[in-house]
Each structure stands twice: as structure tokens, then as C-alpha cells.
Design a protein around this ligand. Structure first.
Ligand SMILES: [Ca+2]
Ligand SMILES: [Ca+2]
Length: 234
């Protein structure tokens, strides 16, 4: 009887231990890296190297959202990913952002052919600098990007729009420091195609983080890459 009870306890303990074994769930970072891999985009896995990624229509916890462009919200996620031991990608930080221009610029396009939308893809195009003399951002001074121009003014990239590749000042910035620390509720006039975080502190955190990249520390003219993913890529 004692032997039976002992073996019962042992088997219960074994079951318990099995349940305690960690299971590695698929993370938002895993899904992003898988999408980058699928597209053949460069992925930086070196020590402390960072990957800047914008994901359309996703909250920063990785949940997709259904905000419409007319809502003019910061409904895209900006995530910074670093690989840790074992080649595991981790999101170091993430912020609400927009990769779409605001409704304001649909109605007031800078170029008569339509407001610019950055085409999803991977670009090596950005250097640290002052955005509009207002705050530090990543400026599109380092390379070309491809944009769609919203010719039919429907706030969506579609077949009737046209593409252009070049230098358009598609910067990565935040709101003007004049607005204070509160997040903006609407994109408003803050994006004419730029990649914009929703608050001044978010922009400061973003810049502080990306400047830890050893490639930037070695060369302050370093040209940062960024990837823009579609909602369906995840
Ligand atoms: Ca958006
Ligand atoms: Ca359109």
C-alpha cells in the first residue's frame, strides 16, 4: 500500500512538472520577423543591433485593429526588435504611430497629384537629425523610398493611385514639442506621409533607444533601415 501511495505521489509530481514546463508561444516579434523573412527583407541579428518595424493596423500588443483611415488615428504599431541569445527576437519597446497621412493632407495635398503614402517594404533611408527644427527624428536624407500618391483622395492605397520613388522628406518624427506631453487623439496635420508617433515622450523614447544601436554609436551619419508591413503580413 505504501509503495502504491509513493508511486501515486511520484506520478502526480511528474504530471505537475510536465505542466510547469515552459511553452514558447508565438509572439508578435516572431510574426514580424517571419513576415520580414518571407519578404526577403534584411534582418539585423547582431549584438544590440535594432530592427525598426511599422505594422499597419495593429496595436502595440500585437492585436489587429479595424480603425478606418477616416478615423485619423494612430492605429499602426512602431516596434523596435532586438535578437537575444538563442536567436530569439524580442520587442524592446513599441509605440502607437501612423504610417498613413492624416485626413488633413487628403484635403490639402502638398503635391497636386495626391498625398504620399509610404509603400510597404524595407528601406535604408533615415539619419538622425532635427525634424522641422523642432525635435530630433529620423530624417529621410539617407536613401530613396517609394510612395503611392492618393490620386483619388480616398485615404487608401489602391489601383488608381500612382507611385513615385525618391526623396520626399518621409521622416520618422513625433508631434511638435509645443503640444506638450499628452498623446494626440488624431493624426491631424502631423503626417503628410511621414511615420509619426503619437506623443512627444514617445518620440524621445524612440530616439533614445535607436541611438543605442552600435552602428549608430560608431558612426553618427549611420543610415537606419526600417520596414513597413501590411496588416495581412502578420
Ligand atoms: Ca494607419
Ligand atoms: Ca487612393
Amino acid at each position: 500500500v505504501i509503495r502504491f501511495i509513493v508511486s501515486l505521489i511520484v506520478s502526480i509530481l511528474q504530471e505537475y512538472r510536465k505542466k510547469q514546463e515552459p511553452v514558447r508561444h508565438i509572439t508578435f516579434a516572431d510574426k514580424i520577423v517571419a513576415a520580414m523573412h518571407r519578404h526577403g527583407y534584411p534582418i539585423f541579428r547582431g549584438a544590440e543591433e535594432l530592427n525598426i518595424v511599422y505594422v499597419h493596423d495593429h496595436d502595440i500588443d500585437g492585436a489587429p485593429n479595424n480603425d478606418t483611415p477616416e478615423m485619423d488615428t494612430f492605429n499602426d504599431a512602431c516596434v523596435v526588435i532586438r535578437f537575444v541569445a538563442g536567436g530569439v527576437p524580442l520587442i524592446i519597446d513599441a509605440w502607437k504611430a501612423t504610417v498613413d497621412p492624416g485626413v488633413y493632407y487628403r484635403d490639402h495635398p502638398i503635391v497636386s497629384g495626391g498625398t504620399a503614402y509610404i509603400k510597404p517594404g524595407h528601406y535604408r533611408a533615415w539619419q538622425v537629425g532635427m525634424h522641422n527644427g523642432d525635435h530630433e527624428g529620423l530624417l529621410q536624407t539617407g536613401g530613396e523610398v517609394t510612395v503611392s500618391r492618393d490620386k483619388n483622395k480616398n485615404l487608401r492605397r489602391d489601383a488608381s493611385d500612382w507611385e513615385q520613388t525618391g526623396y520626399f522628406g518621409i521622416n520618422q518624427h513625433g508631434p511638435s514639442v509645443r503640444v506638450g506631453n499628452a498623446p494626440l487623439a488624431k493624426v491631424g496635420p502631423y503626417s503628410a506621409g511621414c511615420l509619426v508617433r503619437e506623443s512627444v515622450p514617445a518620440q524621445r523614447e524612440f530616439m533614445a533607444l535607436i541611438k543605442t544601436d552600435p552602428r549608430y554609436r560608431a558612426d553618427h551619419e549611420f543610415i537606419f533601415s526600417s520596414t513597413i508591413l501590411e496588416k495581412d503580413d502578420i
